[in-house]
Design a protein around this ligand. Structure first.
Ligand code: DCP
Ligand code: MG
Length: 446
């Protein structure tokens, strides 16, 4: 697509796919509680008398005008039959992670932009999965089969046009805008569909007689620039479907680690072992989320006198499972812990392999199976109260393992010298020439 002045966005093919789950939190609740299906479900806070706001509403509730960010009281007034459900953040995070893992089976070029939304660039995946439209169908089918949720997907040459497309036929939509048809696709839509066009700009444009994106595209550019300044130039680009922002791949990560500082220094072998297990589980969990495996385990042991040692050893084979990471960590840490009171333990996986095209070579079922085998092995070893995270949560520890890997906090990593009780660290590849994007996933839940 090329602007009248000859400026194009440089992409000749429609390979950008936004994927956005439909009524995400509400859909998860309707999936898990069949009695809520087909009903107006409002997720957020304690109910219509609560002072909070709506997180999201099922499409049934939206028919009454209920929207995200609306006060719960207003929602209760608009939709008296609405069923109010509290937010279950950990559950939605886990679901989000499953969906992102599915997306990464289709390409490594996945940019997660919120808890339920990502952009993919599938140029390069076509030999394996077919043309972009076919990939879009497969993605929708895989998400539905594996999570029971529906997603809306767009296909276009730019994020802007593809996203407008994916929003257009929600829920369960699929809109393809072939290269060269952007202007025709956008022309009849209201200007408010464009990014950065809120109520004020919409009103100002209406005063100029501009209501649709087509009206906007026909406006003399200098008139828009005079009226809106720099924003005017963006408006003109938008009206022509021009958006040069590429899909930003995740930063190259070299290692994944978790640390725990004990409330009170301890020499209790059971507590030390259990903590290593929890840390190993967190590392494995995170690796699986990234589609990576660690080749080496590093442990860090700090005693009550602040003496810190790190020990590392290669794993028998690269892994993303808790059990081998835990076994290696225990072997490394045990001699360092003997006869000491321990202040801090850390477990890190390094020498990560290349991002896995996961499902290409091993089916998701295989992977789940392996993960479950590992859980079973741990169960055999530690008896029945074994869900590792649950055991750690029982002890009142924070839940570092539920942190969204793409959250700004986790991406930033944490200062090595700080002494926070529980930390997630990412070490970036200094060679990777990938600037962190401004559009980091909003950390909705943490
Ligand atoms: N969310 C929230 N508060 C907001 C907006 C969103 O807590 N103000 C949460 C709840 C949503 C989730 O984020 O389920 C995803 O946001 P979306 O904007 O994608 O909204 P939905 O997925 O709920 O609906 P849609 O079908 O319009 O995408
Ligand atoms: Mg959504």
């Amino acid at each position: 697509m090329t602007r009248p002045d000859g400026v194009g966005h440089g992409r000749e093919r429609a390979t950008i796919l936004p994927v956005d789950l439909d009524a995400f939190f509400a859909a998860v609740e309707q999936r898990d509680r069949p009695e809520l299906r087909g009903k107006p479900v409002i997720v957020g806070g304690g109910g219509p008398d609560d002072r909070g706001v709506v997180s999201t509403a099922s499409y049934e509730a939206r028919r009454f005008g209920v929207r995200s960010a609306m006060p719960l009281r207003t929602a209760g007034r608009l939709c008296p039959e609405g069923i109010f459900v509290p937010v279950d953040g950990a559950k939605y995070q886990a679901e989000s992670r499953r969906v992102m893992t599915i997306l990464r089976r289709f390409t490594s070029r996945v940019e997660q932009v919120s808890i339920d939304e990502a952009f993919l660039d599938v140029a390069g995946s076509e030999a394996l999965f077919g043309p972009p439209e076919e990939i879009a169908r497969r993605i929708k089918a895989a998400i539905h089969a594996e999570t029971g949720l529906t997603a809306s997907v767009g296909v276009a040459t730019s994020k802007l046009v593809a996203k407008i497309g994916s929003d257009l036929r929600k829920p369960d939509g699929l809109v393809v805008v072939p290269a060269g048809e952007e202007a025709a696709f956008l022309a009849p839509l209201p200007v408010s569909r464009l990014w950065g066009v809120g109520p004020a700009t919409t009103t100002a444009l209406a005063e100029l007689g501009v209501r649709t994106i087509g009206d906007l595209a026909r406006m003399p550019p200098d008139a828009l620039e005079r009226r809106f300044g720099k924003h005017g130039v963006e408006l003109i680009d938008g009206a022509h479907g021009i958006d040069r922002d590429p899909v930003h791949e995740p930063e190259a990560v070299k290692s994944v680690g978790h640390e725990h500082t004990f409330d009170r220094d301890t020499s209790d072998p059971e507590e030390l072992e259990r903590t290593l297990l929890g840390l190993a589980d967190g590392v494995a969990w995170r690796l699986r989320g990234m589609g990576r495996r660690a080749g080496t385990v590093v442990v860090k042991v700090r005693d009550s006198g602040f003496r810190t040692v790190t020990r590392q050893a290669p794993l028998p084979e690269p892994t993303d499972l808790a059990e081998p990471i835990f076994q290696a960590a225990l072997r490394l840490a045990r001699p360092e812990m003997r006869g000491k009171r321990i202040r801090l333990l850390g477990v890190t996986g390094t020498h990560l392999d290349e991002p896995d095209q996961l499902g290409l070579f091993s089916s998701e079922d295989d992977r789940r199976h392996r993960a479950m085998q590992a859980a079973d092995a741990l169960k055999r070893k530690f008896g029945d109260r074994t869900i590792v995270r649950a055991r750690l949560l029982d002890r009142g520890l924070p839940a570092p393992f539920e942190r969204d890997p793409s959250s700004p906090l986790a991406r930033r990593g944490v200062d090595e010298s700080s002494d926070e009780p529980e930390r997630v660290t990412f070490e970036r590849d200094p060679d990777a020439d990938l600037a962190p994007s401004e559009g980091d996933a909003p950390d909705l839940l943490t």
